[in-house]
Write a protein that binds this ligand. Sequence first.
Ligand SMILES: C[S@@+](CC[C@H](N)C(=O)[O-])C[C@H]1O[C@@H](n2cnc3c(N)ncnc32)[C@H](O)[C@@H]1O
Length: 237
Amino acid sequence: MRTTTLPLNLDRRPSPFAAPDFDKLARIYRWMEWLTFGPSLQHCRFAFIYALAQSRQALVIGDGDGRFTARLLEANTAIEVDAIDVSPAMLHQLSKRSQIGRVRTHIADARTYTPVRRDYDLVATHFFLDCLTTREVEELASRLWSYTSPGAIWVVSEFTIPPGLCARLFARPLISALYFAFRLLTGLKIRSLPDHHAALEQSGWALMQHQKSIGGLLISELWQSIPVPDSRIISCP
Ligand SMILES: C[S@@+](CC[C@H](N)C(=O)[O-])C[C@H]1O[C@@H](n2cnc3c(N)ncnc32)[C@H](O)[C@@H]1O
């Protein structure tokens, strides 16, 4: 059994926030996306698909209507996927798109979900971490580290606030508006982007590659699980 790198000061109280409800959006989600961002989010999801050819067991979290999962199954004919989402309607869309028989769906809150395997070599989260707080991302990343094999890959797509002043002036209100819209539509309680870099770095993951688009507003990243110093290792129940 692999051990975990939970930072010793990690607050493990249950999240104060209920999970958002994306059911109503499941059938129109892709059209909403195309109307607002065109193909940009889709390019982010598939940015590293070429690097996933060797993966065999994937844990895809919050994939919504399953466009990434469907493309992954096409690109890698040997891979099996466990797809987790809290929205049954989203998972229904995912299943319709991925009728290849190599996908198991799990209706679950990722913040408390216990993965069914301990040897995932791929984790994928596209525009999902922004539904969590930084503490929740850190807890998830620590837990996933212990359910993945050494050297496992984690592909991430996210919105970010770019560093330059002009970009920040554009990005901040846009991201606030997106959070406001999703609060109305799904009950999402989160109001700002989590610091997923700090959370993953503290949890045994290292950033290997990244690509930016729309002036840094969107980012695609490839992370890899790394061995950790013995001093930080504690047993995983
Ligand atoms: C913004 S959508 C992104 C969907 C998809 N990954 C994409 O790239 O378009 C977030 C997805 O995460 C799911 N989700 C949000 N919070 C969740 C949680 N705590 N546990 C599991 N799924 C969650 C939602 O149901 C939704 O399908």
